[in-house]
Design a binder for this molecule. Structure first.
Ligand code: OFO
Length: 169
Protein backbone atom coordinates (compact mmCIF):
# COMPACT_ATOMS: atom_id res chain seq x y z
CA UNK A 1 0.00 0.00 0.00
CA UNK A 2 1.28 3.39 -0.90
CA UNK A 3 1.39 6.22 1.64
CA UNK A 4 -1.61 8.51 1.06
CA UNK A 5 0.41 11.73 0.95
CA UNK A 6 2.74 10.18 -1.64
CA UNK A 7 -0.20 8.91 -3.64
CA UNK A 8 -1.92 12.32 -3.63
CA UNK A 9 1.28 14.06 -4.69
CA UNK A 10 1.72 11.63 -7.60
CA UNK A 11 -1.89 12.12 -8.70
CA UNK A 12 -1.41 15.88 -8.63
CA UNK A 13 1.74 15.53 -10.68
CA UNK A 14 -0.03 13.33 -13.26
CA UNK A 15 -2.43 16.25 -13.64
CA UNK A 16 0.45 18.71 -14.05
CA UNK A 17 2.06 16.56 -16.72
CA UNK A 18 -1.24 16.44 -18.64
CA UNK A 19 -1.53 20.21 -18.19
CA UNK A 20 1.96 20.53 -19.69
CA UNK A 21 0.77 18.45 -22.65
CA UNK A 22 -2.18 20.85 -23.10
CA UNK A 23 0.02 23.93 -22.75
CA UNK A 24 2.42 22.68 -25.41
CA UNK A 25 -0.47 21.71 -27.68
CA UNK A 26 -1.69 25.31 -27.45
CA UNK A 27 1.81 26.60 -28.21
CA UNK A 28 2.10 24.21 -31.14
CA UNK A 29 -1.05 25.78 -32.60
CA UNK A 30 0.47 29.27 -32.12
CA UNK A 31 3.49 28.30 -34.23
CA UNK A 32 1.27 26.50 -36.78
CA UNK A 33 -0.49 29.85 -37.33
CA UNK A 34 2.90 31.41 -38.08
CA UNK A 35 3.65 28.49 -40.44
CA UNK A 36 6.89 27.73 -38.57
CA UNK A 37 6.75 23.98 -39.12
CA UNK A 38 10.01 23.20 -37.33
CA UNK A 39 8.68 24.83 -34.15
CA UNK A 40 5.43 22.90 -34.67
CA UNK A 41 7.48 19.70 -34.75
CA UNK A 42 9.45 20.72 -31.64
CA UNK A 43 6.23 21.26 -29.68
CA UNK A 44 4.76 18.05 -31.06
CA UNK A 45 7.69 16.14 -29.55
CA UNK A 46 7.23 18.08 -26.32
CA UNK A 47 3.52 17.12 -26.25
CA UNK A 48 4.38 13.43 -26.65
CA UNK A 49 7.02 13.65 -23.93
CA UNK A 50 4.59 15.20 -21.46
CA UNK A 51 2.04 12.48 -22.16
CA UNK A 52 4.76 9.87 -21.59
CA UNK A 53 5.66 11.57 -18.27
CA UNK A 54 2.01 11.45 -17.17
CA UNK A 55 1.61 7.82 -18.16
CA UNK A 56 4.88 6.93 -16.45
CA UNK A 57 3.43 8.08 -13.12
CA UNK A 58 0.02 6.61 -13.88
CA UNK A 59 1.55 3.17 -14.55
CA UNK A 60 3.78 3.49 -11.51
CA UNK A 61 0.85 4.20 -9.19
CA UNK A 62 -0.94 1.11 -10.49
CA UNK A 63 2.21 -0.99 -10.20
CA UNK A 64 2.55 0.05 -6.55
CA UNK A 65 -1.07 -0.85 -5.80
CA UNK A 66 -2.00 2.82 -5.44
CA UNK A 67 -5.19 4.53 -6.56
CA UNK A 68 -5.11 6.67 -9.69
CA UNK A 69 -7.27 9.77 -9.45
CA UNK A 70 -7.54 11.84 -12.60
CA UNK A 71 -8.10 15.51 -11.80
CA UNK A 72 -9.56 18.28 -13.92
CA UNK A 73 -7.12 19.76 -16.43
CA UNK A 74 -7.05 23.56 -16.48
CA UNK A 75 -7.41 25.51 -19.71
CA UNK A 76 -3.87 26.34 -20.85
CA UNK A 77 -2.95 30.02 -21.01
CA UNK A 78 0.00 31.08 -23.13
CA UNK A 79 1.96 34.01 -21.67
CA UNK A 80 3.47 36.14 -24.43
CA UNK A 81 2.98 37.11 -28.04
CA UNK A 82 6.35 36.48 -29.63
CA UNK A 83 8.51 33.34 -30.03
CA UNK A 84 10.96 34.71 -27.42
CA UNK A 85 8.20 35.39 -24.90
CA UNK A 86 6.68 31.98 -25.50
CA UNK A 87 9.98 30.21 -24.91
CA UNK A 88 10.47 32.31 -21.78
CA UNK A 89 7.12 30.93 -20.66
CA UNK A 90 8.20 27.36 -21.55
CA UNK A 91 11.34 27.81 -19.45
CA UNK A 92 9.38 29.22 -16.50
CA UNK A 93 6.96 26.31 -16.80
CA UNK A 94 9.73 23.70 -16.85
CA UNK A 95 11.38 25.36 -13.83
CA UNK A 96 8.04 25.12 -12.05
CA UNK A 97 7.74 21.43 -12.97
CA UNK A 98 11.27 20.87 -11.62
CA UNK A 99 10.20 22.46 -8.33
CA UNK A 100 7.21 20.07 -8.23
CA UNK A 101 9.43 17.03 -8.82
CA UNK A 102 11.63 18.26 -5.97
CA UNK A 103 8.50 18.51 -3.83
CA UNK A 104 7.58 14.91 -4.73
CA UNK A 105 11.07 13.83 -3.70
CA UNK A 106 10.65 15.72 -0.41
CA UNK A 107 7.43 13.80 0.22
CA UNK A 108 9.06 10.49 -0.71
CA UNK A 109 11.86 11.23 1.76
CA UNK A 110 9.43 12.31 4.46
CA UNK A 111 7.43 9.08 4.20
CA UNK A 112 10.61 7.02 3.67
CA UNK A 113 9.45 5.62 0.34
CA UNK A 114 12.81 4.63 -1.15
CA UNK A 115 11.23 2.98 -4.19
CA UNK A 116 9.51 6.27 -5.04
CA UNK A 117 12.79 8.18 -4.56
CA UNK A 118 14.50 5.88 -7.05
CA UNK A 119 11.57 6.21 -9.49
CA UNK A 120 11.47 10.02 -9.20
CA UNK A 121 15.20 10.35 -9.82
CA UNK A 122 14.47 9.68 -13.50
CA UNK A 123 12.13 12.69 -13.56
CA UNK A 124 14.69 14.90 -11.91
CA UNK A 125 17.29 14.05 -14.57
CA UNK A 126 14.69 14.57 -17.26
CA UNK A 127 14.00 18.07 -15.91
CA UNK A 128 17.69 18.96 -16.16
CA UNK A 129 17.56 18.00 -19.84
CA UNK A 130 14.26 19.80 -20.43
CA UNK A 131 15.45 23.07 -18.91
CA UNK A 132 18.69 22.83 -20.84
CA UNK A 133 17.10 22.17 -24.25
CA UNK A 134 14.50 24.92 -23.76
CA UNK A 135 17.20 27.32 -22.56
CA UNK A 136 19.23 26.68 -25.73
CA UNK A 137 16.31 27.46 -28.04
CA UNK A 138 15.54 30.59 -26.02
CA UNK A 139 19.15 31.78 -26.17
CA UNK A 140 19.21 31.28 -29.96
CA UNK A 141 15.92 33.13 -30.37
CA UNK A 142 17.33 36.07 -28.40
CA UNK A 143 20.42 36.13 -30.64
CA UNK A 144 18.23 36.03 -33.76
CA UNK A 145 16.24 39.12 -32.79
CA UNK A 146 14.39 40.40 -35.89
CA UNK A 147 16.44 38.44 -38.43
CA UNK A 148 13.81 36.43 -40.34
CA UNK A 149 16.37 34.36 -42.28
CA UNK A 150 18.02 33.27 -39.04
CA UNK A 151 14.59 32.40 -37.61
CA UNK A 152 13.90 30.18 -40.63
CA UNK A 153 17.28 28.47 -40.11
CA UNK A 154 16.38 27.73 -36.50
CA UNK A 155 12.99 26.49 -37.68
CA UNK A 156 14.78 24.07 -40.03
CA UNK A 157 16.90 22.85 -37.16
CA UNK A 158 13.90 22.29 -34.86
CA UNK A 159 12.26 20.22 -37.61
CA UNK A 160 14.87 17.50 -37.00
CA UNK A 161 13.80 16.81 -33.39
CA UNK A 162 12.44 13.27 -33.04
CA UNK A 163 10.36 11.75 -30.25
CA UNK A 164 11.84 8.66 -28.65
CA UNK A 165 9.60 6.91 -26.15
CA UNK A 166 11.40 7.23 -22.80
CA UNK A 167 12.13 4.27 -20.56
CA UNK A 168 10.95 5.72 -17.26
CA UNK A 169 12.10 4.68 -13.83
FE1 OFO B 1 7.10 16.68 -17.86
O1 OFO B 1 8.56 17.70 -18.21
FE2 OFO B 1 8.06 19.21 -19.14
O2 OFO B 1 6.77 19.80 -18.06
Amino acid sequence: MMNEKMQNALNEQINKEFYSEFLYLAMKAYFAELNLQGFVNWFDVQVQEERAHAFGMYDYLIERGGKVELLEIEKPVIEGNTPVEIFEHVLRHEQYVTSRINYLLDVAEEVKDRAAISFLDWYLKEQVEEESSVGKVLATLKLIGDDKNALLLLDKDLATRVFTAPVIG
